[in-house]
Design a protein around this ligand. Structure first.
Ligand SMILES: [Zn+2]
Length: 419
């Protein structure tokens, strides 16, 4: 191909060695731009010479310099080659302009270009490596800094994360404290897939302790302080299955924080407590459950793993969806708790009737979950507590919180529907 021929002729070292002017005028007539570029691509080993040709011919200069800046061809060549073909020493001289180039140095350059320029290439490699190492040491590439940062901070950060008390003013990347939950392979797994908790083993009460688990459904309400003060009076702790019936979201979050700060347990009940809406489908249940448990998470930093169905697990409202609902909630790690004894405070019983019902049943239990309610109309419940709590203490009971290790009382069980 003609470009190869002209390119081969044109880039002969001896032509170049003769001096740029003649070289320039000859090739200006012979080599069109397209061919020149082509030859550049095909002749990678002589790339520096190609560049020179480009400049002299007035084609677009692909090198770093521009044509107008070059007045002398030899100096042009030198300028085109800096950092690539000159030794460090020559470079230094040139940069400062103190040394006139002698004929000897010109010849040396010419010789260097005849064969493969091993020495200049080595010099270039050394310079590049030197620059890279220097920049690396100065931290320009960031790798070392990352390693230093992580090695310095990894231990305290990880321990702090485990304790859940990260006080360091680190930016948002460390904010999400909980890892992404695993994908749910359940029928309704695509609905609020983040709604999962780690399941825990149940621990039976085998040492014969007499335990009362006080539970209050439906709050928080405007009677919260009275409930808490009453419980404090007897050193009793309780579990509150909360709903959004009486407070707005912000009030509920504050109420949850107060419950926790006073040493009580907070668990999920329902957001609306409207049976026909909550139990329309598994999806509507999950939507309602998420709304109330999101408030718990907002206040405490994590979902409650324990919950109570509105109306209990055996309510007729959930019958049509019960099997799938139980399976879905179980797969997500949540455990529901019914109760052993209900005080009847939601049935209009008087204070004395509530007391009789509770004591007439709970004292038969070694470990008893008692259901009562918090609400604006539950003054009678508070009054009954003033009788019940000292009675339990006299009978040798201690008050314990529900947590996911407590074996649950469940009226309707998953096993009833899966076997
Ligand atoms: Zn309820």
């Amino acid at each position: 191909m003609s470009s190869t021929g002209s390119g081969g002729r044109r880039f002969r070292p001896e032509d170049h060695e003769e001096g740029g002017r003649r070289f320039k005028s000859e090739n200006a007539e012979r080599v069109p731009a397209g061919e020149l570029r082509h030859s550049n691509e095909e002749r990678a080993p002589q790339r520096s010479l190609d560049r020179r040709g480009d400049i002299d011919l007035g084609f677009t200069d692909i090198s770093s310099g521009s044509k107008a800046e070059r007045e002398d061809d030899y100096d042009d060549y030198i300028e085109l080659q800096p950092r690539r073909t000159r030794s460090v020493r020559e470079d230094t001289d040139d940069d400062f302009g103190y040394v006139n180039r002698s004929p000897y140095s010109r010849n040396a350059h010419a010789r260097a270009r005849r064969g493969f320029p091993i020495i200049p290439v080595i010099a270039v490699i050394i310079i590049i490596v030197g620059v890279f190492v220097t920049l690396n040491l100065l931290g320009f590439f960031g790798g070392d800094d990352e390693k230093k940062t992580s090695s310095v901070s990894s231990a305290p950060v990880s321990f702090a994360s485990l304790s859940g008390e990260v006080a360091t003013p680190t930016p948002t990347p460390t904010q999400p404290p909980t890892p992404t939950p695993p994908p749910l392979n359940t029928k309704y797994g695509s609905i609020h897939p983040e709604l999962q908790v780690k399941k825990q083993e149940f621990v039976s009460n085998e040492d014969g302790q007499k335990v009362i688990h006080l539970t209050f459904d439906d709050g928080p309400s405007n009677l919260q302080d009275e409930f808490l003060d009453t419980l404090d009076e007897y050193g009793a702790k309780a579990t509150f299955f909360i709903s959004a019936q009486f407070f707005d979201d912000a009030q509920i979050v504050e109420a949850i924080k107060k419950l926790k700060s006073r040493g009580h347990q907070v668990a999920a009940h329902t957001y609306t407590h409207v049976y026909k809406d909550v139990y329309t489908s598994v999806e509507t249940y999950l939507n309602d459950f998420k709304k109330i448990n999101d408030l718990i998470k907002e206040a405490t930093g994590e979902y409650s793993p324990i919950y109570r169905f509105p109306g209990g697990s055996d309510t007729g409202y959930n019958e049509s969806i019960r099997k799938e609902l139980f399976e879905e909630m179980n797969a997500r790690g949540f455990v529901y708790y019914d109760w052993d004894v209900g005080s009847g405070d939601s049935e209009g019983l008087s204070v004395s009737e509530q007391v009789d019902r509770v004591l007439g049943n709970a004292l038969y239990y070694e470990d008893c979950i008692i259901l009562m309610h918090d609400g604006p109309d539950k003054q009678d419940t508070i009054e009954s507590l003033h009788t019940l709590l000292p009675e339990f203490i006299d009978e040798g009971y201690s008050f314990k919180l529900l947590d996911p290790t407590v074996p649950p009382t469940q009226y309707a069980k998953i096993s009833d529907y899966t076997e």
